[in-house]
Write a protein that binds this ligand. Structure first.
Ligand code: UDP
Ligand code: MG
Length: 350
């Protein structure tokens, strides 16, 4: 009998073992479920045009900083915006050693906004940092941007309070920031700072083209995201020279108009064109009335007064502006009916 008992005991032990090992196996299977592929916390997007000298130093500083912040849960995406120097090859040699440093290379120079837009499409991190490649922005500021985002902001813009750029750039920039602040209805000191932090959902919702990169905080604000700014360190350019010439002012102004029209006045074009048209027509009519009274009193011959032409011109232009506004309203109405995705939705409880 003891022998039988022994046999039974060993049998039950075996069964237990099998169950146990099955459990282990199941656990192993369970644990070996492919981890969610995306474990990236911080994505850094860096547009660059001919910055071969800066890239190695910038990458070293960045990797050091990102390692401290999130171990290896980061990615750096360089966007080579049509460089004609060795920038791409420099990044390629870094990529060979560290696959977290990636690069997208454009066929030609499409501009900083295009580069950011493509970068934003690729990022996988929860937080997205953008910075310039010329070592003017300091990677040590990333932690401050992230901690501000963690406070609940959606976009944190850098403010180069102490700025190392020539006065030909800083002075117009002050004017630009003032005008944009007024137009955008959000007070920021430095809209165009390359160093910014975003929650991923912000960059996925922004539509960046033209030279719109200057207005990203304004666009995000209009979309209902929480925007703020922090003071950041700024350094003088170490290598090469600025890639934007005087054209920045003209293009920047035209893009402000686009931004205004596509956001603030997008749903009410008549308010924009109608106001300009109304004011112009009113001024034209006032001058015309004044001239008519003078003429009726026999004080003047209208053929002698160039002001007559001016008044007529203003009335015609004004009426045209109002018509443009009305056409805009019609287009908006059709677009609204075709596209319901015009409003940014944060959450839906179903
Ligand atoms: N840049 C770019 N494409 C361009 C012009 C500039 O990717 O067409 C990059 C440039 O290499 C740099 C950043 O945008 O990394 C900011 O440019 P820059 O330093 O010349 O601007 P600034 O500091 O003078 O405003
Ligand atoms: Mg720069």
């Amino acid at each position: 009998m003891p022998e039988l008992e022994n046999k039974q005991e060993t049998k039950s032990k075996n069964i237990k073992n099998i169950v146990k090992s099955n459990k282990v196996e199941q656990e192993v299977i369970h644990n070996s479920k492919p981890k969610p592929r995306n474990d990236i916390l911080i994505s850094v997007v860096i547009p660059l045009l001919n910055e071969e000298e800066s890239i190695p130093e910038l990458t070293t500083l960045l990797v050091k900083e990102l390692n401290i912040l999130c171990g290896n849960r980061y990615e750096v995406i360089y966007i080579d915006d049509g460089s004609t120097d060795n920038s791409f090859y420099v990044i390629n040699s870094i990529y060979e050693k560290n696959r977290r440093i990636k690069c997208i290379r454009f066929r030609r120079n499409y501009g900083k906004s295009a580069a950011l837009s493509v970068g934003f499409g690729r990022v996988r991190g929860k937080y997205v940092i953008t910075m310039d490649a010329d070592l003017q922005d300091d990677p040590s500021e990333i932690k401050n941007l992230i901690s501000k985002l963690e406070e609940g902001y959606d976009l944190v813009s850098g403010w180069k309070k102490v700025r190392y750029d020539p006065i030909s750039k800083t002075l117009p920039s002050k004017l630009f920031n003032w005008v944009t602040s007024k137009a955008a209805g959000i007070k920021l000191h430095d809209f165009n700072c390359g160093l910014k932090g975003y929650r991923a959902e912000v960059v996925k919702s922004l539509n960046v083209y033209g030279e719109m990169h200057r207005y990203l905080p304004a666009l995000a604000n209009w979309m209902g995201f929480k925007v703020t700014e922090i003071v950041v360190l700024h350094h003088p350019r170490k290598f090469g020279k600025s890639k934007f010439g005087m054209s920045r002012f003209i293009n920047g102004f035209l893009d402000l108009l686009t931004v205004l029209l596509t956001t603030k006045y997008f749903k009410r074009p008549l308010h924009f064109f109608g106001t300009i048209g109304g004011l112009t027509t009113f001024a034209g009519l006032t001058i015309a009335t004044y001239l008519s009274i003078e003429w009726m009193l026999g004080l003047t011959y209208l053929s002698n007064r160039p002001l007559t032409l001016f008044a007529i011109g203003m009335i015609i232009v004004g009426v045209q502006f109002i018509s443009m506004g009305l056409l805009g309203e019609m287009i908006t109405k059709i677009t609204n009916e075709n596209n319901k995705k015009l409003y940014g939705i944060k959450e839906i409880l179903k």
